[in-house]
Design a protein around this ligand. Structure first.
Ligand SMILES: NC(=O)c1ccc[n+]([C@@H]2O[C@H](COP(=O)([O-])OP(=O)(O)OC[C@H]3O[C@@H](n4cnc5c(N)ncnc54)[C@H](O)[C@@H]3O)[C@@H](O)[C@H]2O)c1
Length: 384
């Protein structure tokens, strides 16, 4: 079978990395045939493929079967919609969109072309630790989830990071800060593992650690439909940060850090609560530690999985339709903080969109693509 003909739009740090993986033959069954960037200098590194300054021209060329969208966030939806309308499969970088109403437009475009594949870059779903936890949850090994606590503060970013590209950390250019750029990964995992929260109270600090207009520190209280409660804490200003997911379940506590550690109770917590004879009797505890090599296939695995789905069908690691949950969580935490009240989900999408328009209009102006610098992302991968 012929290779899937791939195009990439946006050749900054992330898009160029995807392009190099394809050129180096790291993704079986796919050939990079076209690239697009509104900054012509970004095209120079790929002299052997068709090069376009406009995504419309790339799509009109008919040269690609599928498109990877790796531009700044506000362009994910219009470029994704244009590709689907041109009959081209789409893999969109995270986040799916800046806000839920916007993301819904991409899903609606996909509903009109269900024969096409729409995926998003859910690279953290390939981490064997989270896959293992999901398996435990899905198989019922842990019983009901009671409490979730995720402290993800190792997204440290000094000022130099924000200075690298002027679209970053602006309402108009990026649509937010840590919630929309760094944490879509963990918010996606949170929803993938535990379902979308039903109530959210967020507290976000805008420019707490940096001279920024957007949020760079957040604490959120979450409630889930099954009765679980959660706390989600993140920032780009803490060092050394931590990435610790703690889940209290009916069969004890699971902590995901470098290892997955399960302190298993016998009997279940609920049974112990009801039947323990003594006033302070704990259930019996057993320490189980599961160690994993590496962080999974990450971006390459998602790209290869997308290519396979385009070529032969099959399940996606990150189906587009699942990409909206992390966007809704991020929006809920931010809006709850800005509006100073607890929010029920699903959100009022129009009100959220209106707030984003207001933020963009009142904040720093949107940059042009020529103002962007390129980041070497190779140091930032690892476990994110
Ligand atoms: N999955 C991950 O681990 C990961 C890591 C980093 C970045 N990302 C995501 O990748 C995307 C890009 O981030 P980046 O760090 O590479 O940004 P970047 O600023 O380095 O690159 C963006 C590129 O897009 C180009 N561009 C902007 N608008 C365009 C348009 N309309 N048409 C064509 N080209 C356009 C710019 O000229 C620039 O070259 C973002 O969504 C970001 O969140 C994902």
């Amino acid at each position: 079978m012929a290779d899937v003909r791939l195009g990439i739009v946006g050749l900054g740090g992330m898009g160029a990395q995807h392009a190099r993986a394809l050129v180096d033959g790291a993704i079986a069954g796919a050939t990079l045939v076209a690239v697009c960037d509104s900054d012509p200098s970004r095209l120079e590194a790929f002299p052997l493929v068709a090069r376009f300054a406009s995504c419309d021209d790339l799509l009109a060329s008919g040269q690609v079967d599928a498109l990877v969208v790796a531009t700044p966030h506000y362009d994910h939806v219009p470029l994704g919609v244009a590709a689907l309308e041109a009959g081209v499969h789409v893999l969109v970088e995270k986040p799916l969109a800046v806000h839920v109403a916007d993301g819904q437009q991409l899903l609606d475009a996909h509903d009109r072309r269900p024969d096409l594949v729409l995926g998003f870059m859910a690279n953290q779903r390939t981490d064997p630790r989270y896959r293992f936890l999901k398996q435990l949850l899905d198989q019922g090994e842990l019983g009901a989830v009671h409490r979730i606590s995720w402290t993800i503060t190792d997204w440290f970013r000094p000022d130099a990071y924000y200075a690298s590209s002027s679209w970053r950390a602006t309402w108009a250019g990026e649509g937010g800060g840590v919630l929309i750029n760094q944490c879509p990964h963990q918010l996606d995992l949170l929803c993938w593992l535990f379902g979308t929260p039903s109530r959210v109270r967020g507290f976000c600090q805008l420019g707490k650690w940096h001279d920024l207009e957007v949020e760079d520190a957040c604490t959120a209280y979450l409630e889930f439909p099954g009765g679980a409660t959660g706390v989600f804490v993140t920032t780009t200003g803490e060092a050394p940060g931590v990435n610790r997911l703690e889940v209290a379940t009916d069969r004890g506590r699971v902590v995901v850090e470098e290892d997955v550690r399960w302190t298993r109770t016998t009997p279940s917590v609920t049974e112990q609560l009801r039947t323990a004879p003594g006033a302070f009797d704990l259930p019996a505890l057993e320490e189980l530690t599961y160690s994993f090599e590496g962080w999974g296939g990450q971006h390459h695995e998602v790209l290869a999985n997308f290519v396979a789905a385009v070529a032969h069908g099959g399940a996606l690691i990150g189906p587009g339709v699942e990409g909206l949950a992390a966007v809704e969580c991020a929006n809920a935490i931010l809006m709850s903080s800005l509006w100073d009240r607890t929010l029920d989900l699903p959100l009022d999408r129009q009100a959220v969109a209106e707030e984003f328009r207001h933020l963009a209009a009142s904040g720093r102006p949107a940059p042009t693509s020529q103002q962007t610098g390129i980041l070497d992302l190779s140091d930032s991968f690892g476990h994110h």
